[in-house]
Design a protein around this ligand. Structure first.
Ligand code: GLY
Length: 348
């Protein structure tokens, strides 16, 4: 088992390894005291891992569980009210522990519930998808969606620990696994050329554990320097500005987040090569790796539409677009462009 320290304002550890869910209670024994446990999960993960997780806790604990429907729609206000009410009806207090068992949707929703119910209850993340293991479960971002947009309401609230059981990845469909690979490739691009090379051997399970551990270490390093997302943390958004526009253009239906990020990383790097801000050939290297990982590589959104969508992105401040560009594979920088410069960048 690998252990990564996340040294934010309330430090915690991320555990990565096999057969961890069945040892959950042992693993958190020295980390926190708690009376009752509330597990929040979805209807797919429930059938696979809920019993194993429940059995890991001592018999004197009351274990409650709340199941939402699998999918992005679960990150909604209706579920917030339903879960807050469930917690109150079962007399859950700050002495208890909330556990997120599932992918990014369950993690984001549970984190937000934990940060708001009684102004904050301890919570544990047990991410069960590749994307949530390498990205969303670490760093304390919580969120729900409202009709006006995804993740528009949320908080920063760190878990007491994150348990990444890589056995859970064996039950993922190829599409959901490659969704996570979009984010994995991102870490190689922005931070670590050796990781980028290692990803070519992803099919080997020992290599997979090494890759996941490295991605989480990178995320931890970045988040420790910018917990509240005011500067450096932006580099984790490489490929996301265009990726988000691709998702939006396709009404969030045709592409998963990781697929859209893959398209975004390649497209922004191609544009940056034309703009002489990235060495020629870099986008081809990313494209080849994305192809190997069964990720889409072609951007079908016209540049003028990209311009319009990117200019209204909630991450822009004072009409400045922060683009994450590559100096080379493994090294990135933040390029600030105003709207007219961004037009030039897009060759419009
Ligand atoms: N997913 C990007 C971040 O946590 O900042």
């Amino acid at each position: 088992m690998q252990i990564i320290d996340v040294n934010v304002s309330k430090p915690y550890k991320v555990f990565v390894g096999e057969n961890l869910i069945e040892n959950t209670a042992n693993m958190i024994e020295d980390i926190c005291n708690y009376k009752n446990v509330v597990i929040i999960t979805d209807d797919i993960v429930e059938t696979l891992y809920l019993d194993t997780l429940k059995k890991s806790f001592p018999q004197d604990k009351n274990i409650f569980s709340f199941t939402v429907k699998n999918g992005e729609q679960a990150k909604c206000a209706d579920n917030l009210f339903a879960i807050w009410s469930f917690l109150a009806e079962n007399h859950i207090t700050r002495s208890d522990l909330i556990v997120a068992l599932g992918g990014g949707v369950v993690g984001d929703l549970t984190g937000f519930i934990a940060s708001t119910y009684l102004r904050g209850v301890k919570y544990l993340q047990i991410p069960t998808t590749l994307l949530s293991q390498v990205d969303s479960s670490v760093g304390g971002k919580t969120a729900i969606n409202i009709p006006q947009g995804k993740n528009l309401v949320g908080s920063f609230y760190q878990p007491i620990a994150v348990i990444c059981d890589i056995n859970t990845l064996s039950t993922l469909s190829d599409k959901i696994f490659s969704d996570g690979m979009g984010e994995v490739i991102k870490y190689g691009c922005i931070y670590d050329k050796n990781l980028f090379e290692l990803i070519k051997d992803i099919d080997d399970k020992n290599v997979l554990e090494k890759i996941i551990t490295r991605c989480i270490s990178i995320k931890a390093e970045v988040v420790c320097q910018d917990e509240f997302d005011t500067g450096l943390r932006m580099i984790l958004n490489f490929g996301h500005t265009i990726g988000h526009a691709v998702e939006k253009y396709h009404n969030f239906t045709d592409y998963t987040h990781g697929q859209a990020v893959a398209i975004g990383m390649i497209h922004i790097t191609k544009l940056s090569e034309k703009f002489n801000t990235t060495p020629i050939g870099t986008s081809d290297k990313i494209k080849a790796l994305c192809e190997k990982c069964n990720l889409p590589t072609e951007c079908d959104v016209p540049n003028d539409v990209l311009f319009d969508v990117c200019c209204v992105d909630k991450k822009n401040l004072n009409n400045v677009i922060n683009l994450i560009l590559l100096k080379d594979i493994g090294e990135c920088y933040i390029q600030k462009l105003n709207h007219s410069e961004f037009k030039d960048f897009l060759n419009l």
